[in-house]
Design a protein around this ligand. Sequence first.
Ligand SMILES: Cc1ncc(COP(=O)(O)O)c(C=O)c1O
Length: 378
Amino acid sequence: MEMFDVYPVYPIEIVSGLGSVVTDANGTEYLDFYGGHAVISIGHGHPHFVHQMTLQLNRLAFYSNSIEIPMQKELARKLGEISGLKDYRLFLVNSGAEAIENALKLASFHTGRRKVVSFRRGFHGRTSAAVNITDNLKIQAPINKGFDNIILEFEDFDGIEQTMVQRDVCAVVIEGIQGIGGMYEASEEFILHVQNLCRQTGTVLILDEIQSGYGRTGQFFAYQKVPDLIPDLVTVAKGMGNGFPVGGVLIGPAFQASYGLLGTTFGGNHLACSAAQAVLEVMESEDLMTNARLKGNDLCNGLTSLPGVIEVRGRGLMLGVEFDYDVRDLRKNLLFSQHLFVGSSSNPNTIRLLPPLSISDEDVSRCLDSFRSELASS
Ligand SMILES: Cc1ncc(COP(=O)(O)O)c(C=O)c1O
């Protein structure tokens, strides 16, 4: 059997990683400012993560959700404390798309409605409801179509008002900062307008923090920059397990739980809880949110002065660097000549930087030096 060939890959085999550095099969080291697609939060091979996961693996990797799993309760308690969402409840899944799928189901059960509002350039995953609210027709199969969904522009105050006035919208879904779309975010005024409309019309407000959450912007969730914003549901994944697949829905107090309403075989398994718990412990003990904020500021200052850069968007260690030309070649050259991993976005002129939250001053300097020397040589 061969692999189903859906990924265009670079001819590089990464075999190990430590902190912000990954090493390929030939022993070449690369600085990882992509974090395996915003996944590596506390750094590759963090000793506490490895220790806790190894201990758990030696005890028990998995048993189903039909028995008591105290680790889940402890994880929910810790996540509530560190995120500030103490009165929310947690439903654990294995990926971002599943978190979105379950959040939408919950919103639909809760309201009895089926129409969803999402936004231009948004990405929410590839399962059926998630891909339907994603702004990319190319990844929707015929079987995914038929959902009642409206995609609006950010800042379309009238458009969203007219859409919601019928009181038939089940949920509005918005990314804290749009990741794949190129690090765009709605204004504070717009998001508060959306929240007001949700409250007036009994609509569920879902914040997709799958990429922008878990401390990446310097706050636990990107939306928390707006103090009066209180979402009904928040979705998480990516950085939550530092590479171990785990995701979740944080569920506000208004939602009623009942047996069988949601369910999953693997979600919340012992190893996943151990990974997620270790991530939160390291984020706290190493104050990684402060580090993300400080290193993000330095990085942003350095990037802004690079030749050809017209804008640096985003916050903390979730940055989009827009050039005045297509950056596909630049990205390739950074990887092969400078040994620096960076990410692409659906905006062909924008490079995404999503390094581990634990990067050092030296990492920031090395990243900026790599950009400078690549830009000077091209
Ligand atoms: C904002 C956002 N939501 C949802 C997803 C889907 O997550 P997953 O690939 O884990 O299903 C992604 C993945 O990139 C994402 O960036």
